[in-house]
Design a protein around this ligand. Structure first.
Ligand code: NAD
Length: 487
């Protein structure tokens, strides 16, 4: 592997001003795989200043054709380093290599998504004529124009770091914004490599794109969110940190875009294909359940509960884990020891509150290194239990029985989150009618996949504000200006 250990500030790959670094740890082996710069306030200040200057003093925000060329160069650069980048991402996230290819969101797919931006950017309408109007005795022609928001702080989590870094930075850059990307402390290389690729493969001017990594996010994170030179914060992470950021950003009335947590329901209706519905539950093991949109509550009709309980463990037995480089694996470890303890704590809470453990529930005995937790399934869960209400972010499924469709819809919606969901039925109209009544940003009908560069993704309620990807994801990074010309 040839990772990048430096920050990227004002067009240069640089060490932290203090000279400090911190170790990057492979969560599958607990081994130190390298080091990365540990930025402090001085580095963050330089990154913000350079992003501000690049926005105010270059034609980056107005030269649409130049930005298109630069983003194509960035895509080509990422394609050139892709095979090595994949190894780095797998090593720092613990994600199996299988889900860094075309079968998952960790590397190849999000790099491919840049094509969507390159295809749609030239078509975008930057200015529209809103026609003539006569008001207060004055005849005016009005133009409605779209402009870049300005300097954007992109703050990202560790679970799918490259995907989320790109889902923010690519539309922000395409819109004409300049960017300070603050990476998650556990997955720094997924961000620092972007700095290297921008430097080595693109004509992106100094200051347009900056990367900061820091072991303790509180200091530089707050600094970035509160700085008046920053116009917008684009955040993905936990609901708790999202609320904190929103409150801090309010001091300077910044635009805030939030992708937060989820506790999504997978509703199996009575007439559903049981094999499809139960197979979809393997999603809780995908990347060890460290995905915000994973369907972690399985709602089953009481009449089919026994059948589901019998079938589910036979499917879960196929989940293999231990060596992230082995073929076909979808489950890796949790990101760090703290997350593993947190997940094990939820499992204990599930037992204490009366849920019945169907399988798993511990760390695997066969693995003495790495932050692993067994695929775990609880049944007889009620929706008021902690494991049905809080985001666990581990490989834990809660089976919640219900009596009729109305109750299933009520339970699915009885959550402070509203990110995603699923519904299974042999009757498509019935499934669609249920999907439309669930208060979430995405829904999968009979296992449909909404994930893609051209489809918006995001949450209702406390799962967030705004949408990532698709035309909606691009427009998040734009301001609207109306110009009236007296005639
Ligand atoms: P987190 O909220 O702890 O951290 C996210 C980012 O915020 C990290 O870069 C972190 O360093 C930074 N941060 C922490 N405190 C900060 C502060 N005071 N100021 C500025 N930045 C700060 O989340 P995490 O543990 O890295 O990721 C897991 C969470 O992310 C889960 O809740 C998951 O659901 C959520 N998530 C949501 C989506 C989505 O699209 N909705 C996608 C992936 C993950």
């Amino acid at each position: 592997m040839n990772p990048e250990a430096n920050l990227f500030i004002d067009g240069e790959l640089v060490a932290a001003a203090s000279g400090k670094t911190y170790p990057n740890i492979n969560p599958a082996t607990e081994e130190v795989i390298g080091a990365v710069a540990d930025a402090g306030p001085q580095d963050m200040d330089r990154a913000i200043a350079s992003a501000r200057r690049a926005f105010d003093e270059t034609d980056w925000s107005t030269n649409h054709a130049f930005r298109h060329k630069c983003i194509a160069q960035l895509r080509d650069g990422l394609q050139a380093v892709r095979e090595d980048f994949k190894l780095q991402i797998s090593a720092e996230t613990g994600a199996p290599l299988f889900i860094c290819g075309e079968m998952g969101p960790q590397c190849d797919l999000p790099i491919g998504f840049i094509d969507y931006t390159l295809e749609t950017l030239p078509e975008f309408t930057w200015s529209r004529d809103a026609g003539q109007s006569v008001k207060m005795g004055i005849t005016s022609r009005r133009l409605v124009e779209k402009e870049a928001v300005g300097v954007v702080a992109c703050v990202t989590p560790w679970n799918v770091p490259l995907q989320i870094n790109l889902a923010k930075c690519i539309p922000a850059l395409a819109a004409g914004c300049t960017v300070v990307l603050k990476a998650a402390p556990d997955t720094p290389w997924s961000a620092t490599m972007l700095g290297r690729v921008v430097k080595e493969y693109t004509d992106i001017p100094p200051g347009v794109f900056n990367v900061i990594t820091a072991q303790d996010p509180a200091e530089v994170g707050d600094q970035l969110v509160c700085d008046p030179r920053v116009d917008m914060v684009s955040f993905t992470g936990s609901t708790a940190v999202g609320k904190h950021i929103m409150a801090r950003a309010a001091q300077t009335v910044k635009k805030v875009f939030l992708e937060l947590g989820g506790k999504s329901a997978n509703i199996m209706l009575e007439d559903a294909d049981i094999n499809g519905a139960v197979l979809s539950c393997l999603g809780v093991c995908f990347h060890a359940g460290q995905g915000c949109a994973i369907l972690t509550r399985l709602l089953v009709p009481r009449s089919r509960q026994a059948e589901v309980e019998q079938l589910l463990p036979t499917f879960f037995e196929f989940i293999q884990y231990g060596d992230p480089s082995a073929d076909g694996q979808i489950m890796g470890p949790l990101i760090n020891a703290r997350q593993r303890e947190r997940v094990l704590g939820y499992i204990e809470k599930g037992k204490a509150e009366g849920a019945r453990l169907l399988m798993g529930g511990a760390t695997p005995k066969s693995l003495d290194k790495g932050y692993w937790v067994e695929p775990t399934v609880f049944t007889d869960v009620t929706n008021d239990m902690t494991i049905a209400r809080e985001e666990i972010f581990g490989p834990v499924l809660a089976i919640i029985p219900y009596d009729d469709e109305e109750e299933a819809i009520r339970i699915a919606n009885d959550s402070e989150y509203g990110l995603s969901g699923g519904v299974w039925s042999a009757d498509l109209d019935r499934a669609l009618a249920v999907a439309r009544r669930i208060r979430t940003g995405t829904m999968a009908v009979n296992g449909g996949v909404y994930y893609g560069a051209d489809a918006p993704f995001g949450g209702y309620k406390q799962s967030g504000l705004g949408r990532e990807m698709g035309p909606e994801g691009f427009e998040e990074y734009l301001e609207t200006k109306t110009i009236a010309i007296a005639e």
